[in-house]
Design a protein around this ligand. Structure first.
Ligand code: UTP
Length: 483
């Protein structure tokens, strides 16, 4: 390399020197330890990863969250949260009716956009490829992305409005996700209405606060949590675009829930009527220790406490009637106002970082790449539900989980593809029975048919009731696709 080119700010040598200085000032220059062994593309890769780190966020956190345990992660003085009930009381009837009318108006006016977070690593599921590409429906074997796209197509048709769908990926699955959707022509959605952007990544640290290398030329990086979705809405320009299009409400949902109803007029209407800046759908917990976030009150604010941080005595606490005192589970289905995200993220990033101990593959000082059996690393993440305490008038709407929640987390058993398919069939059977269709059932009560109802046909039980004019006879063992 000649002298001139090595002193040009774009040259790898110049960047290396600058990077080495900055890393040394942070005590992190060990990540360049293998520089002399690396080829040109690997050097380029390593430098660009180092450049992508948001150091100004990270620097103070190494001391407070990596080398030490943050003090604010476990809250005391928790109280049960108050929710809008699923079973409507007579007093609420008018409020709920008006809310549905308002929700319909807001959707029709193009004020609501869909936002799918698909930046997770899906480690538990172990599927090769983006989670949205997992086939999930019982008959046509549609993928999660297809199901959501068809839902949005149906909503656009029903309300006669162009609806934007924002999807957040991570740098590791972004290209695959874009390719997957492009190859399938966005399942009928105009491509300009599907906006994809990637979330940020943060390095993993060893227990002394040193950044881990996953390979000699790669940092051990991980997505910065679903709270990072709010940051990347801002960083990608999506939030600004929403504001310029007149979108006021972001309907946030996770890529792993095939039952989600992102355009629920009741939820949207209640959110707007109560002046909520951020709302959450919640459900009664299945058992005391269910692995969902516990929605509680703390000093007058709504907070969500992860199951792993929730005190055991509170998890098991019972009221005088024997019912569970802390019974509100967070389902990760939210509405957020565009103006709220602007306030808590764009102006100043206000979500707290959380520390998690994880098992991470790393390269040791001898150059051995090692995958330990026990946690060896600290990861830092932010969570979207940590925005709830920052919101004015946060609304919690209780829903029936059989209608709206069946996440795909694991390869087998609870919260798997298998359970999600079962739950879709159960829901479809229930919708048909509501329309006076007699669904054959097995002795254990499960439907004895495989049914899939496409979003183009119905998005809820009322749609089915309206559309089935002459209930057909169904036979045991049949496979039925309704579109
Ligand atoms: P989970 O916490 O269930 O993580 O994410 P996961 O990545 O799907 O699966 P595991 O834990 O590795 O097995 C819940 C939702 O939040 C999204 C996921 O894509 C999923 O929709 N998510 C999570 C992000 O978008 N970014 C993240 O950094 C973390």
């Amino acid at each position: 390399m000649n002298r001139e080119s090595s002193s040009s700010p774009d040259s790898v040598e110049f960047r290396y020197r600058k990077c080495a200085e900055q890393l040394a000032s942070r005590g992190q220059d060990h990540v360049l330890r293998w520089w002399d062994d690396l080829g040109a593309p690997q050097r380029e890769h390593l430098l660009s990863e180092i450049d992508s780190i948001p150091w100004s966020h990270l620097d103070p956190l190494v001391e407070t969250h990596v080398c030490n345990r943050p003090q604010d992660q476990v809250l005391t003085d928790l109280e049960p949260a108050v929710v809008f009930p699923h079973q409507r009381h007579a007093d609420d009837a008018a409020l709920y009716r008006d809310a549905v009318v308002l929700g319909d108006e807001l959707i029709r006016a193009g004020k609501v956009a869909a936002f799918t977070v698909a930046g997770g690593q899906g480690t538990r599921l172990g599927f090769e490829g983006p989670k949205g590409a997992v086939t999930i429906t019982p008959v046509r074997e549609k993928t999660l992305f297809q199901l959501f796209a068809e839902t949005i197509v149906a909503v656009r048709k029903r309300y006669g409005v162009a609806i934007r769908w924002y999807i957040m990926t991570n740098p590791g699955n972004h290209r695959q996700t874009v390719g997957f959707l492009e190859d399938r022509d966005f399942f009928g959605l105009p491509s300009q209405d599907v906006v994809l952007f990637s979330q940020g990544m943060l390095p993993s640290f060893d227990l002394e606060g040193k950044i881990l290398l996953e390979d000699k030329h790669r940092l051990a990086l991980a997505p910065d949590g679903h709270g990072g979705s709010l940051k990347s809405l801002v960083a990608s320009g999506a939030l600004q675009e929403m504001a310029s299009l007149g979108i006021e409400i972001i309907s946030y949902f996770q890529v792993d829930n095939p039952l989600v109803k992102p355009f629920d007029p009741l939820f949207i209407g209640l959110h707007a009527k109560t002046g909520s800046e951020m709302s959450a759908k919640v459900a009664s917990k299945v058992d005391d220790l269910e692995r969902v976030g516990n929605v509680c009150m703390h000093e007058g604010r709504v907070v969500v406490i992860e199951y792993s941080d929730f005190p055991d005595d509170l998890a098991h606490a019972k009221g005088s009637d024997g019912s569970r005192m802390f019974d509100v589970g967070n389902l990760a289905i939210h509405l957020l106002n565009v103006g709220f995200v602007d306030r808590i993220i764009a102006r100043k990033f206000e979500l707290p970082y959380r520390r998690a101990e994880k098992t991470v593959t790393w390269v040791d000082e001898n150059g051995f790449q090692r995958t330990p059996r026990a946690p060896n690393a600290i990861k830092l993440e932010t969570f979207v539900f940590d925005a709830l305490p920052l919101a004015k008038n946060p609304l919690l709407l209780e829903i029936d989980r059989a209608e709206e929640f069946s996440p795909v987390k694991n390869a087998k058993g609870v919260d798997s593809v298998e359970s999600a398919i079962r739950d879709q069939i159960r829901r479809a059977a229930h919708w048909l029975e509501g329309a006076r269709v007699s669904v054959p059932r097995k002795p254990d009560g499960e439907p004895d048919v495989i049914i899939e109802i496409a979003p183009s046909y119905a998005r809820n039980a009322d749609d089915v009731r309206r559309r089935v004019t002459r209930p057909p006879e169904l036979y045991s063992g049949e496979t039925i696709y309704i579109s």
